[in-house]
Design a protein around this ligand. Structure first.
Ligand code: ASP
Length: 356
């Protein structure tokens, strides 16, 4: 898509008064007209926290691993990291102080998916999701059933709440519980104000997740998303990450897409599925991400989710990898980033933003 088309695309129907940032630094996407072909695989893309994941997944693919095993091995590094408070061990807990994890995995060649939601006490939910994919005729297991299934497959239970995460939760309980996610008919959560108050009090509060997708030299694609979800969520809340078509989707004929950020918005837009469909219709990955984000913006109606300018007040970052090796990402608001390994180098890059 050339700059003129890009501008027209972004301007068409964008929330009226909202300033737009043109994605001039389109990473991996063409700035020339028409659909450009990529150089093929191997390519691995991940969210901004996934630099170690893309390196690991690329090593695995080069050693001959199936891309689905490669992405699950890649994200395990972040699931295991107690300092990443958005995923796996050390993730921030729900309102009751319990860490509940969500994950989904999809294997392009077999078009089979596996997922777990609200899984407790198991640090690598992506590995459990892969077992659901391989060892069941189902797609999604939740809660106690997911835990029972994980234990049957030899996963060890452990307390995932680190001291750091427990202290953060306790400070939230003591200071912010009037700003929880329960709403009455008239109430609107002022998310910006809540995030600001949390920041002033030094309390971590965030959405946070790792997404990773891989393409091998044979043109096969797989993807995975894993998360501890929204901090201090209502117990049992499930985000987009384990929802196939929302937090992640693969069509081996087209490519893969995934999302991080406000899961409710991604579920209500079938974000990853929509992004893959946009690529199937001919859009390059970055443009496919932007089109999904614009759809989300156009369908965001609740006052509590809109800034004064009319744009959404939350962030979502989309990631896309096309079967021919082209890749791209975009965010609703500034601040999103992604990581890429093109077979030679791994690097972290800013995701172009739909809105200033
Ligand atoms: N999408 C995740 C969720 O809503 C969180 C995130 O990616 O930040 O659970």
């Amino acid at each position: 898509m050339n700059d003129l088309n890009r501008r027209a695309f972004l301007a068409a129907g964008a929330a009226a008064a909202a300033p737009l940032v043109l994605p001039l630094t389109a990473a991996g996407a063409s700035t020339t007209a028409g659909v450009r072909r990529g150089r093929g695989g191997p390519v691995v893309i991940s969210s901004g926290n996934g630099l170690r994941a893309v390196i690991k997944a690329m090593e695995e693919i080069k050693a001959g691993a199936d891309p689905v095993d490669a992405v699950v091995a890649g994200v395990a590094i972040v699931e295991d990291d107690p300092d990443d408070m958005s995923v796996g061990y050390g993730g921030l807990p729900n309102e009751d102080g319990v860490v509940q994890l969500d994950s989904s995995v999809m294997h392009g060649p077999s078009h089979k998916a596996g997922a777990v939601a609200a899984l407790e006490n198991i640090r690598n939910p992506a590995q459990v999701a892969l077992k659901v994919l391989r060892r069941t005729d189902h797609v999604l297991l939740v809660g106690a059933g997911a835990l029972k299934f994980a234990k049957a497959h030899g996963f060890k239970e452990e307390n995932l709440l680190t001291e750091k995460a427990r202290e953060a939760w306790l400070r939230w309980k003591e200071n912010l519980n009037a700003d929880d996610d329960w709403l009455n008919d008239e109430q609107h959560v002022d998310r910006d104000a809540r995030a600001e108050r949390a920041e002033q009090l030094g309390i971590p509060w965030h959405y946070g997740t790792i997404h990773c997708a891989a393409l091998n030299a044979a043109g096969d694609v797989s993807a995975c998303t894993t998360t501890s979800g929204l901090s201090y969520k209502i117990p049992g809340r499930v985000g987009d990450s384990p929802i196939v078509g929302a937090g992640m989707f693969v069509d081996n004929e087209v490519g893969a897409a995934g999302a991080t950020g406000r899961g409710e918005a991604v579920i209500q837009s079938c974000g990853a599925f929509q992004t893959v469909q946009h690529m199937a219709a001919g859009l390059e990955p970055e443009q496919a991400c932007l089109k999904t984000l614009k759809w989300i913006a156009d369908h965001t109606k609740r006052r509590s989710l809109l800034a004064a300018s009319g744009r959404p007040n939350f962030n979502v970052t989309m990631y896309a990898l096309r079967k021919d090796g082209l890749w791209g990402s975009a965010s609703m608001l500034k601040g999103g980033s992604f990581t890429i390994h093109d077979g030679t180098d791994a690097r972290r890059m800013a995701s172009p933003a739909l809105f200033e």
